[in-house]
Ligand binder design. Structure first.
Ligand code: ADP
Ligand code: MG
Length: 237
């Protein structure tokens, strides 16, 4: 059984439908890249998976449980972690306080007993230790992104969704974030769905891809048997 399964998912903003009939399965331990030009519905799809955007139709199963009717906090507790586009750290809270917010996803799970921010988060992002007492609003974009990823990991998710984690970040910091994501896969065995504009990184990081156009998945496949060049015309950034 796949860890995450979407079946016939549709979503709308008011009267305006933006997702149609999305079928997607994410295997345990896999990394999946979701690609497509701006406005095709990638963010809406991730928001629908985490429960911040209501489904208009379709079903969502996570770890064999039907979560279609479950609100966002329940899905977080079930083990779905999320790093939203634009990071959305709490500007007036310190780095430590932001990380502590991430622990809320542990409520009701056995791991809460040994709660506290897991040391591997500071190991992945040593900078966060240094700046732990600083207000998040004062951090650089790269530092905020590291914090947003750390906050999601604090909830000890089994699936991590990341929406354009390198968007608007300086090139040298992009590499640090990519490196951290590789370690999250390798060392934590995390299952990951990543929205990514850079096909090179998507290809080297993920083994499966889905291309979206105008609210639909128009092509899916393996990054191991196809090249990014073969699908770049569908992305057309
Ligand atoms: N809050 C909103 N209200 C109305 N339409 C929206 C809203 N957010 C996004 N959209 C529309 O939904 C479509 C998909 O947007 P989005 O999911 O953000 O795409 P992507 O992440 O691929 O850039 C776009 O046409 C966008 O204009
Ligand atoms: Mg988006």
């Amino acid at each position: 059984m796949s860890l995450l399964e979407l079946e016939g998912v549709a979503a709308a903003y008011g009267q305006s439908q933006v997702l149609w009939n999305i079928d997607m399965a994410v295997e345990r331990g896999a990394a999946v890249a979701l690609i497509g030009r701006n406005g095709v519905g990638k963010t809406t799809l991730l928001n629908a998976i985490v429960g911040v955007h209501k489904l208009m139709a379709g079903r969502l199963r996570f770890d064999e449980a039907d979560l279609t009717a479950m609100p966002a906090h329940g899905r977080a507790r079930a083990g779905i972690g999320f790093v939203p586009q634009g990071r959305h750290v709490f500007a007036h809270l310190t780095v430590m306080e932001n990380l502590t917010v991430g622990l809320a996803a542990l409520a009701g799970r056995k791991a809460v007993k040994d709660s506290g921010i897991a040391s591997h988060i500071f190991d992945l992002f040593p900078k966060l230790t240094e700046i732990r007492h600083r207000k998040a609003g004062l951090l650089s974009g790269g530092e905020q992104q590291q914090l947003a990823i750390g906050r999601a990991l604090a909830g000890q998710p089994r699936l991590l969704l990341l929406d354009e984690p390198t968007e608007g970040i300086q090139p040298n910091v992009v590499q640090q974030i990519e490196q951290a994501l590789r370690r999250i896969r390798a060392e934590l065995g995390m299952t990951i769905v990543i929205v990514e504009q850079y096909l090179d990184f998507a290809w080297s990081f993920a083994e499966a891809y889905h291309v979206m156009q105008r609210g639909r998945i128009v092509r899916s496949g393996s990054t191991r048997t196809e090249t990014a060049d073969e699908i770049s015309h569908l992305v057309n950034i």
